[in-house]
Design a protein around this ligand. Sequence first.
Ligand code: FRU
Length: 495
Amino acid sequence: MNLNNSVFLVFFAMVIASCQSDPEVNFESQVTEEYRPAYHFTPESGWMNDPNGLTYLNGEYHLFYQHYPDSTVWGPMHWGHAVSTDLVNWEDLPIALYPDSLGYIFSGSAVYDAENSSGLGTAENPPMVAIFTYHNAEEANTSSYTFQNQAIAFSLDKGRTWDKYDKNPVLQNPGIRDFRDPKVSQITNPDGTKSWIMTLAVLDHINFYSSPDLINWSLIGEFGNTIGAHGGVWECPDLLPFKTPSGENKWVLLVSINPGGPQNGSATQYFIGDFEDGQFTPDDTMIRWIDYGPDNYAGVTYSNLPTEQNRTLFIGWMSNWIYANQVPTKVWRSAMTVPRELSLFDIDGTLLLKSAPAKELTDLREKEYGVKDRNSGLPSEAFEITAETKSDFFKISFSNETGDSLFVSKENGLVSIDRRGAGESNFNKDFSAIHSAPMSWEAKDIRIFMDAASIELFVNDGELVMTSIVFPSSPWKNVAVSENLNSLKIYNLKK
Ligand code: FRU
């Protein structure tokens, strides 16, 4: 840190006792368990990775997720299930999909088949349809390459119970080891008819399929084996229509990649271009990342949002495959990111994707601590900081009573989060690190979301985002900010 540049204002906090928990105690009493976040979704117990089947229906945001209920390490995948009416309070529901003789239930999506095109419901009660990958673990241990196939399941009671389609799989593997993570959306063709489009990760590229009924799929295009980042396998794609700031139609293709991200390990790249007749044509060959921190992976967007919401809503998995199986939580493993609203913005003629915190997050604000309240300091483990920056520079440090510190800054065109001294890190040699990202344009304001074991930094309302998990040995107690941050506000966030 360059202490000469800035005078630090120190805010003292109320001490919130660190709640060390016994892994044997029952789940109800785990709300204050060590590292359990207050407003980020975590499974009650067991392992979680990717968000799946993000769908909105009748006032409920559904969040399905890769889940292994019997252990805190990855294993036979199920789809866990939670719902929310406000994107910040989640109700955990019974597991939606269990593995069966065809395999584990890998990542995928869900849609509301309003016109009952699949015939799996009725005109009066159309189905919600989940499209997922069956991963046959036994076959994966042989020399066969056809152990991942796409399948569907349907629900006629708003996602509460599910039946698998009896003629699964609906899309057979042609002989490619990595053939997974179907993301389905509906498009309206020039002649007014509707088609379902499946975007599928196929080893090092994307395949696009089309279907009239979610059951019969035809390959209509391929993209990407000679473009973009290729440091690892391509996973969890998503294809999204947007308007540019000047009102042009553009498509964005999200592609998660592991390893090969900008901070090593897992990350999500995106392409901006045109999509027509199954062909995705990128505007350029630039490599862009949705989040420059180490811990936002496999993120996808909601289907079936009411048009009046006029937004594209994204949730990612807040971890990284480098250490996801080793992070020091005891009863559950990993959390989702806060929900984010994606849109395109323009910097000197270059289009980029912005991820702003979803507007519902402001409902979590309980009490504001302005600069005048500086002696009241950090209110709890769950808080938000907003500030305006002057002169394209800022520096913030968090510290606690047990000697940990976490630094956030923009200096010399680099935005950084330094978690080297931020708490427990010995579970994996690559965890302790400073992560930086270039930002050539001016940082004007920041929002920081802190929870028990994470920090999410949004510069200029998400023009640059960094997400990082951290495991402080006691709650953050003090925050110190550089002098050139104005209008500083600290909000205690509701549990
Ligand atoms: C991404 C991923 C997906 C796969 C799932 C398995 O994190 O590897 O490609 O479907 O996790 O749990």
